[in-house]
Ligand binder design. Structure first.
Ligand code: AMP
Length: 715
């Protein structure tokens, strides 16, 4: 049987990582070329535990900033557009060429150097989605320093934690952020509040003054400086900084992610592997070349998991760091010499659900990357896809080759709908591509490669068609990722069986090798469960007979019904296959007989959503029938609440099932008001209030009729 080129490329990457990744490394500029791609070695913890570790391109020296900017200017592409800033919230659009970008970052790096930032130092970036945020990241990396981006608007307490954790030499921030239609949010109080709380005090706080809400007065004694004035002064004095290379295994950035408890953990991204891995993935998976335009509709920092301490100062401002943004707004499109769209707006409300399609048409976007939650929001506001179809009929979407989705599971009904819209209005063979990844992996672990051929022969294009989209599956493994499904004993299960998704060692070069300053935690969190043999991803899923992976739930979200394990994803998929349901969230509810039962929250696809939290009998029965047919009678729901705007999500689109589960559990005990822990990353905290009142209405309305309440009454 003929294997698809994606499979061939993947097999090569695992069989002979040395030749595969050396070839990929050759595509970049190295200040010192690595003599080998991979070195395997053992690490030993203080308690004597040793485990397999590795290092990519160990003796190479590289500057990511040079590869993203100088390399293209030196190749004669100074006039090509690097960044298009599209900001409906301020009414601005700006185009920045590679030549202009180089000027900006040379000077800004010079300014930072004058503030004593050197190779290996950390700089914390707390910015809204404006070009200066990208200049900051590139300028920091130009000096060989390490950036840590904290999403602008994050609460003082969380910011303080990250300041203490990373001890930055400088903080680069702006006077305000503008979140959707909510108007400017001052960063002054947030930053100053954080610095009051933190034990560590950086010497310099650079402030990008925005006219919408300037930062005044500047507290010079506390190191506060006007960013634009520093840059003007440096320009006058012709202060510039050359790109400083770092060793491959030196850090490019730290991104904070965390479990549900404890201190946030810093994932350290290593410079060499990151550049090589992203330079491959942007071409191979995303099919982006220098003449293309990439629109990654997310924020520059994205991490899904957050601690309860990360509570917002301002309950309504949203805040989540978006790693996808690091990789696919900034670094990888620029590594490819392409144009990246930086969007300061929202999928809806800035001004409406047409924003994405307007941008695709206006800036001739070839690849759009977003989270399924954004598409659900668009679908809610524009259920008939009028905006997309209008843009499509005018021919504005003809150059769009792919819609990439990641961050959480995309339900098949959503994928099918967009696949059909793409086939009607977009480029020939345009595809919806669900791809799975995490902060730890640094780039997609699975997906469908638009230019699989690029993995074999870097210079060819369009010689192979991508594997077909399978709604519900997140594609197949990417080069360098050895993806397996194992049971709780670490034994591989057969295709078609759900289990723990684990990764073989080494990870592809973009992946993390440890946690910043926390080796023990790395081992405990990722390696210990399977005794160092596999890296635990914390996700559960299944690989089908064609090698396609479906991510079904976080392992914590598996529901155990009478000793049968069900994934929330599978149940939600059955529910959303009902024509009247746009979104569903499934959690567990205690049951005295079966331990737990699935319990659903649904939003209906109607413009006049019913007010009652209790669904009508007919809908409930139809949904139960779908679950019975698609999963089995044992997964039947223990209840279902209907409502709009009651499913809480993180900014990156992850459903906060734990929050709903806690609310439901409390309700079963008759405690409707009990506080629940809400992570800082919640997109809109008001949604939790809506969920709480719907739950109350439902349980009170159902009275003794609700199974769980009956069960409680018997106790
Ligand atoms: P983070 O590290 O915060 O970006 O979150 C990574 C997690 O998001 C993964 O471990 C998955 O649980 C989830 N995730 C990311 N992409 C997908 C996808 N395409 N399908 C399902 N879940 C996803």
């Amino acid at each position: 049987m003929n294997r698809h080129v994606q499979d061939e490329v993947h097999a090569h990457s695992l069989r002979d990582p040395e030749s595969f990744w050396s070839h990929q490394a050759d595509q970049l500029h190295w200040h010192k070329k690595p003599s080998r791609a991979l070195k395997l070695y053992k690490r030993t913890l203080s308690d004597g535990t040793s485990y397999q570790s590795y290092s990519w391109f160990p003796n190479g020296e590289i500057s990511t900033s040079f590869n993203c900017v100088d390399r293209h200017v030196n190749a004669g592409n100074a006039d090509a557009i690097a960044i298009i800033w599209d900001s409906p919230v301020t009414g601005a659009t700006e185009k920045i060429t590679y030549g202009q970008l180089l000027e900006e970052i040379e000077v800004l790096a010079g300014v930072l150097r004058e503030s004593d930032v050197k190779k290996g130092d950390v700089v914390l970036i707390y910015m809204p989605m404006i070009p200066a945020a990208l200049y900051a990241m590139l300028a920091v990396s130009r000096l060989g320093a390490i950036h840590t981006v904290v999403f602008g608007g994050f609460a003082s307490a969380s910011l303080a934690q990250r300041i203490d954790g990373s001890k930055p030499k400088a903080i680069m921030t702006a006077s305000c952020g503008i979140e959707g239609s909510k108007g400017p949010l001052s960063y002054k109080t947030l930053v100053e509040g954080a610095l009051k709380r933190s034990d560590y005090k950086p010497k310099c706080v650079m402030i990008w003054q925005r006219s919408q809400m300037p930062w005044a007065p500047l507290n010079e004694e506390a190191g506060e400086r006007d960013w634009q004035k520093l840059v003007q002064s440096a320009k006058r004095r012709d202060i510039k900084a050359e790109a400083v290379p770092v060793r491959s295994n030196d850090g490019l950035y730290i991104i904070y992610t965390s479990g549900t408890t404890g201190q946030p953990k810093g994932v350290l991204r290593e410079a060499g592997g990151h550049a090589v891995g992203l330079n491959l993935s942007i071409r191979l998976l995303f099919g982006i070349r220098s003449s293309d335009v990439m629109f990654c509709a997310s924020d520059i920092g994205w991490v899904g998991k957050c601690t309860s301490e990360d509570l917002f100062s301002n309950g309504s401002a949203d805040s989540e760091m978006l790693l996808v943004g690091h990789s696919y707004i900034l670094y990888s499109p620029l590594l490819a010499g392409a144009t990246t769209v930086l969007f300061e707006g929202k999928p809806i409300g800035t001004p409406d659900a047409s924003a994405f399609w307007r941008i695709v048409a206006e800036h001739k976007v070839n690849t759009l990357f977003t989270a399924p939650t954004a598409l659900r929001a668009i679908k809610r506001d524009d259920p008939k896809n009028k905006f997309l179809e209008d843009a499509g009929r005018r021919g504005g979407l003809k150059q769009l080759r792919a819609l990439f989705l990641a961050g959480e599971r995309s339900e098949p009904s959503l994928v099918r709908m967009y696949q059909s819209l793409l086939e009607t209005f977009c480029a020939p063979n345009a595809q919806v591509i669900d791809n799975w990844w995490s902060s730890e992996s640094g780039s997609p672990i699975t997906g469908l490669e638009l230019e699989a051929q690029a993995g074999k022969d870097f210079h060819s294009r369009g010689t192979s068609k991508a594997l077909p989209t399978k709604p519900g599956a997140a594609g197949k493994a990417m080069p360098g990722f050895d993806v397996r499904i194992v049971n709780d004993d670490g034994k591989e299960v057969s295709n078609g069986t759900m289990g723990n998704i684990v990764l073989g060692i080494p990870l592809a070069p973009t992946g993390f090798t440890t946690l910043f300053n926390d080796e023990e935690r790395f081992y405990k969190g990722y390696m210990k469960r399977f005794e160092g043999k596999w890296i635990d991803t914390g996700d559960a899923g299944v690989i089908d007979e064609d090698g396609f992976l479906s991510i079904m739930a976080r392992t914590d979200d598996i529901i155990n019904v009478a000793a049968h394990r069900f994934s929330t994803g599978a149940i939600e998929q059955a529910i959303t296959s009902h024509a009247s349901v746009t979104e569903a969230c499934c959690v567990s509810i205690p049951d005295d007989l079966k331990g737990h039962l699935p319990f659903a929250f649904v939003t209906l696809s109607t413009t006049n959503h019913p007010n009652s939290a209790i669904p009508d009998e007919k809908l409930y029965k139809e949904v139960q029938a779908l679950i019975r047919d698609q999963i089995g009678a044992i997964a039947a729901l223990g209840g279902m609440i209907q409502g709009k705007g009651m499913i809480p999500r993180t900014r990156s689109g992850k459903t906060l099932r734990r929050v709903l589960r806690e609310l439901v559990e409390n309700a079963v005990h008759g405690d409707f008001e009990k506080e629940v822990q809400v992570p800082a990353t919640v997109e809109d905290a008001a949604v939790i209030g809506v969920a709480r009142s719907k739950i109350k209405e439902y349980f009170e309305g159902m009275g003794g009729k609700h199974k769980a309440i009956e069960a409680r009454a018997k106790l």
